[in-house]
Design a protein around this ligand. Structure first.
Ligand code: ATP
Length: 588
């Protein structure tokens, strides 16, 4: 079945890193240059010690065959141990630097991901952001920890082996080269196919993860739509394709292995045969032949190492490019004036919405909305579904700026306000009142970190949730599950109210505050709301008119325009749309 949730599949690792990605990556890693220089020195020294070993072996064998003192044994042992220790130190330094680099990258990503403009979150599936933080940073880490240095040390090793082999015996080297070039050509052709197949596998695995994520995060919808089988098939389809390209990979590897071992063994046999002959002729010593054979292995090893490192670097750079694009995204503006967000005197306008126009993309949602809410009063916004009520609240929260017109709240044009400081004075309870995963206490303290346990118990009692705490052994440490899954809809709503009580805001913004509570709870919440609203400015979006009839002012919104504004009695008398609403809810 095709993706029936409509969200785009995540971006997949690209075959090749985009242009300029390496330069950007080097710039990002520049602060770690001193540590990387140390690693490079360690690596270089270890490589020198590594390529020196066959030479020492040669000296040792030749000295042994001559008899007498043989100090080369100790040199060889010393250099071998020194190389091992240097490799250990290099690996530690490299991992450390890799962790420091990725740690910094993750911190920058988190800072950016949580500060994007609100519209960005609506436009991109959450899984996308999370994969930047998880798999992409992991992939970039491998460039530092293995890719880059493996490639450099492979090239060094390869170059050194060639020079030393030529100096030992140019003829033998020419014969070896023929075998290695033949094998290398075969492996290169296969390597390109392996890389393409590996990318296909990764893309299918990414599609499978994303499809599973969508199905699991909407599991209630999936089950209740009896769509479990189709969704499972959908995910399994990607898994099957990943399996098929994995098998294709195995097939290619099955060719690579024999090509490599045949060419290595072939070169080895040729070297042994020709080399043995040259030793017999006295053209080369036994030690030189042994050293040559050891260099042969040093020559072959880096070829496979370099190929793996190159693929890792390409994938890592593609990941880095995706991370960089997030890091370059503009964030919600910060800073600005904090001065006027203090209390506004009763009766003065606390909220002024003036000729506000707003569109989502090309879709005009608000078309010249104006209304004023005096400080300390309660205003309700009503209107048909899609009229733009929630959009008005999100503009009052500063989640977006109006395209035209102004929004002034608590004495300040929101375009000039320090949004973080402003939001500390405003409580916003969104539709459905979602809870955070975590404990009850964590959910309450999100807006009031300094609140004591007594404060938490007080506000829970005020919204009728003290039973919930008393019922559970965990008390305030009760785990609320994924998005508060262990709570009922009404309990989640009351939890949101308790949070507002803790926050002590100047302005209260409620979107459908009593949508999922029963009549008894609604009465209880009504009392809590009256208590909360005392001395504060309140704006409520509601479909249930029973919660708004007592408002000082009711704004009727229809098709993004203010149709009328007044008290319940005034509107029943003169506004047909409002009267129809009220009649349907048996209020007139
Ligand atoms: N993030 C968004 N991107 C694009 N369009 C959106 C977005 N959010 C809302 N809309 C559209 O804007 C219009 C107004 O939505 P809004 O949520 O403000 O209406 P509402 O009056 O609160 O509706 P309801 O009473 O059903 O909650 C709707 O047509 C909706 O489809």
């Amino acid at each position: 079945m095709a993706d029936n949730h409509g969200s785009p599949p995540p971006q997949h690792p690209r075959p090749m890193a985009p242009k300029g990605a390496f330069r950007d990556f080097l710039a990002a890693v520049a602060p770690h240059r001193p540590a990387l220089v140390v690693v490079a020195v360690l690596s270089l020294t270890a490589t020198v010690f590594g390529v020196a070993q066959p030479l020492m072996m040669q000296r040792m064998i030749d000295a042994t065959s001559r008899g007498g003192d043989n100090p080369w044994v100790w040199w060889l042992v010393g250099v071998t141990v020194a190389e091992a220790l240097l490799r250990g130190a290099q690996s530690y330094m490299l991992q450390r630097t890799g962790e420091a680099f990725i740690g910094g990258l993750r911190r920058s990503l988190i800072a950016r991901l949580l500060r994007l403009p609100m519209r960005d979150y609506a436009a991109t599936p959450k899984g996308e952001w999370i994969s930047r933080l998880g798999s992409d940073t992991g992939q970039v880490r491998t460039i530092v920890t293995s890719g880059l240095f493996e490639l450099v040390s492979a090239v060094l090793m390869f170059g050194a082996a060639i020079v030393l082999m030529v100096s030992l015996d140019p003829l033998l080297f020419a014969l070896t080269l023929a075998g290695v070039v033949l094998g290398g050509a075969g492996v290169t052709v296969m390597g390109a196919r392996m890389r393409r197949t590996s990318e296909v596998t990764q893309a299918e695995v990414a599609r499978m993860t994303s499809a599973a994520d969508r199905a699991l995060s909407s599991i209630v919808l999936v089950r209740s739509s009896a769509a479990t089988r189709e969704q499972a098939e959908n995910v399994a389809g990607f898994a099957r394709r990943a399996e098929a390209s994995g098998i294709e990979m195995a097939r290619i590897q099955a060719w690579v292995q024999p090509i490599m071992s045949l060419s290595i063994q072939g070169a080895f046999l040729v070297v042994l045969a020709v080399g043995g002959l040259r030793v017999a002729q006295g053209a080369m010593t036994v030690g030189e032949l042994m050293a040559f054979i050891m260099y042969l292995f040093l020559l072959v090893m880096p070829v496979t190492q370099a190929m793996g490192a190159y693929t890792q670097i390409q994938l890592g750079l593609a990941s880095y490019d995706r991370i960089r694009r997030v890091l370059e995204r503009p964030v919600e503006r910060s800073g600005g004036s904090t001065e006027a967000t203090g209390p506004v005197r009763p009766g003065e306008p606390a909220v002024v919405v003036e000729d506000v126009h707003f569109r989502y993309g090309e879709n005009p949602v608000l078309r010249g909305v104006s209304f004023t809410v005096p400080a300390g009063s309660r205003t309700a916004i009503v209107g048909p579904s899609g009229a733009g009520k929630s959009t008005v609240l999100s503009l009052l929260e500063g989640f977006a700026d109006p395209d035209e017109g102004t929004v002034r709240c608590l004495g300040q044009d929101l375009r000039e306000a320090d949004l973080e400081a402003y939001r500390r004075r405003v409580a916003y309870v969104e539709q459905g009142a979602p809870a955070l995963g975590g404990t009850l206490a964590e959910n309450l303290r999100i807006a009031a970190p300094g609140a004591t346990d007594e404060d938490l118990h007080r506000v829970l009692a005020a919204v009728g949730l003290e039973d919930l705490v008393a019922r559970q052994d965990a008390g305030l440490e009760l785990e609320l599950g994924d998005h508060g899954a262990v709570l009922s809809g009404g309990e989640r709503q009351r939890l949101a109210w308790a949070r507002v009580l803790l926050q002590d805001p100047r302005l209260l913004l409620f979107d459908e505050p009593t949508a999922s509570v029963d009549a008894t709870t609604e009465t209880l919440l009504g009392e809590a709301l009256d208590e909360m609203a005392r001395g504060r400015t309140t704006l409520i979006v509601a479909h249930r008119l029973s919660t708004v009839v007592t408002a000082d002012q009711i704004v009727v919104l229809d098709g993004g325009r203010v149709l009328d504004a007044g008290t319940h009695d005034e509107l029943v008398g003169r506004c047909t749309l409002y009267r129809d609403f009220a009649t349907h809810q048996l209020l007139v």
